[in-house]
Write a protein that binds this ligand. Sequence first.
Ligand code: ACO
Length: 327
Amino acid sequence: MSKAAITGIHGYVPDYILTNAELERMVDTNDEWITSRTGIKERHILKGEGMGSSHMGSKAVAGLLEKMNIKPEQVDLLICATTTPDYVFPCTANLICDMVGIRNIGSFDIQAACSGFLYALTIGTQFIETGKYRKVIVVGADKMSAITDYTDRTTCVLFGDGAGAVMLEPNDEGVGVLDSIIKSDGSGQNHLLQKAGGSRYPPSHETVEKRWHYVYQDGPSVFKFAVKNMADVSAEIMERNHLSGSDVAWLVPHQANKRIIDATAHRMGIESDRVMLNIHKYGNTTAATIPLCLFDYESQLKKGDNLIMAAFGGGFTWGAAYIKWAY
Ligand code: ACO
């Protein structure tokens, strides 16, 4: 059976940079608190009316196709992980396909909050391994600024906007996505959620007044779950693939908080110089953090490198993937 290999990667962040200094003028916060508690210095924000996650996702996908010299009609399937879709429907994957000229193929969204990219990658992998498709694009795209309350200092410092896309193709050389684990626990729902806008609490004057269309997060509770589960699932995937810390070339962690990343790396026995980190530049871009890490570190990756991806997010959802880099 062929494995699904990541054969290309591209990322996109919008131009506008929201710095800690600007946030200091918006809410009662300061650069020292944000940097020491989260590791974030700045984040990119998508400005402009009528632009959603699809705008950034399409930039990432168009860049990927151009870079790989692949025509839109060669793509077999496109999956978009997002928690901030442009619309309730149609899905953002449909919109991205339209924007880049991909027609008449299957495309759909996956929603697993900050674990969305890992979930989508796991699903995309199945279509390659079964032999059904030969070119599957997995995109992570989130416009978190659309659901961030810029009067709430406990959440507004955390999030940014961005997108990243990978190409999956069959490979028989023993490289590619070798294993993945996805998990969830819905009892975590009340610790991290956007309460209104779905079918339980459709938009109303009341939901807007109560600010239920913004991210709500009980930070310290989520922090505890994130540290434990990201570390546990990373240890689990390493153990079942007989990997020790020294076998891992790169940890590719979801970028929610540098302290969570440090704790996960410590548990795995991985030194900080082998941990991909870009939270200082982008903040938490939800489904885009992992592909944006791969994009930023692409030139440092070598064929055969062992990568462990790990993520944790709302739901709760979490997971890990073991990848042998293919190029
Ligand atoms: N500036 C200054 N002070 C602040 C700020 C701020 N921006 N935000 C909170 N504080 C204050 C609090 O009010 C509190 O003050 P008090 O002690 O007087 O009450 C104090 O700082 C400590 O607040 P905590 O919330 O306990 O701070 P903590 O160290 O837990 O850090 C954080 C908060 C960064 C949110 C952390 O809890 C965290 O990273 N949580 C997990 C995030 C995560 O992994 N999310 C999952 C993915 S997101 C997704 O799926 C969409």
